[in-house]
Write a protein of this length. Sequence first.
Length: 202
Amino acid sequence: MNTKTKSAITVSIVAVLILVGSFFFIKTRVAVSQNRLAANITKAVENKDGKLFLKQFSKDNQNIKFSAIGAQSVVKDLHDNATDPTSEIGKIITDGRSVAGTKTDYSFTVETKKVMGLFTSYYLTTRKSPVQVSNYTGYGDDMTIKMTSGGKNQTVTRSQMSSGFFPGRYDFDISSGGEDDGSYWIRSAGDGETIDLTVTDD
């Protein structure tokens, strides 16, 4: 066997090894199995890791404004209040069931997509819950809404409220006409239903 033939064989072997390695990398690292999705959810809840939890959702869901705040509140609720075993929460969610004992009956759906046209990858989706703010203070649109969740203190517009929230709890300080109207909160379930937030001067 001459040197040229040996080199060709070596290149072929290396190419096959790279191909096989890429195949297994995509299958185990890029494509997410249903079991791995469940394990990631459980790990996120066990560690109260909102970032990891949010990563299990579609890109569109991840990009919902304030989704990081909502995701953090969801894992806290699941960790602190669920009556189902924490170790089973991921499987419960990926099976399409509701976790018992939480403050809200969260609505998550398991979806699949093809990676490289070969591998099935599992992920979660949810629906945004619009918030309709009704102002009964007598000051009409002269209203300032500040989100105080997650250590934030940022102004939120009524348009942003109506565009919808990722599941979770969100806290607000609201004032109108220069007067403090108090603290309010909403809890989004991810079912797409509109939440009514009524602001009064009481």
